[in-house]
Design a binder for this molecule. Sequence first.
Ligand code: B16
Ligand code: MG
Length: 213
Amino acid sequence: MIKGVIFDLDGVITDTAKLHYIAWKNLANSIGIDIDEEFNESLKGISRTDSLIRILEYGGVRDKYSDQDIKILTDKKNDEYVKLLEDLTKEDILPGIENFIKELRDNNIKIGLASVSKNASRILEILGLLDQVDFIADPAKVEKSKPAPDIFIESARGIGLAIDQVFGIEDSQAGVEAMRACNMRSVGIGVDADLRLETTQDLSLEKIALYFE
Ligand code: B16
Ligand code: MG
């Protein structure tokens, strides 16, 4: 019996990947590295610091940057990203998500968030969804980022449910791996998972319950 659903944010509730891309590209360009949209795909679901490390490795300059340099650069990227977030509106909620959340709430299904974004609460606030979510896992409090399962385990704990009472929804390979690592049932949006759906518009409790129960 499903009692809770754990959402990823970027790529499931809204598409902030395009804003991360603008901010990462500008930051990378400022240190002489160029990235394209294909490379940006590999950053989905990856934490801020790990994303920068991947960019530095891609540019072949990882060993030139100290931990302090990395902190300065990730702060700079985040400053630009946070400014870009202010242009988000309710229109940026991905198709079908508001209806699906309503369906969950009407059925007394708990909702948790397992995003590695430290900006998650602000993004939900801008989208007008903050009061629809029962628990937002704090990525600063979990030891390891996706593909480790920590953020999903913390999110299930936060909504007071066992792993086998929930399923999670992800758009990234790292996120699906994270769920598999703790035996959480997974729905993938455009990515292979226990149940693969092509778009967020395909989400419905009935369809998912039929598959999992
Ligand atoms: P922030 P998710 C992830 O969100 C993004 O996919 C990833 O690109 C980003 O680096 C990460 O959040 C951290 O975000 O810089 O805002 O802390 O898919 O886990 O919701
Ligand atoms: Mg995501």
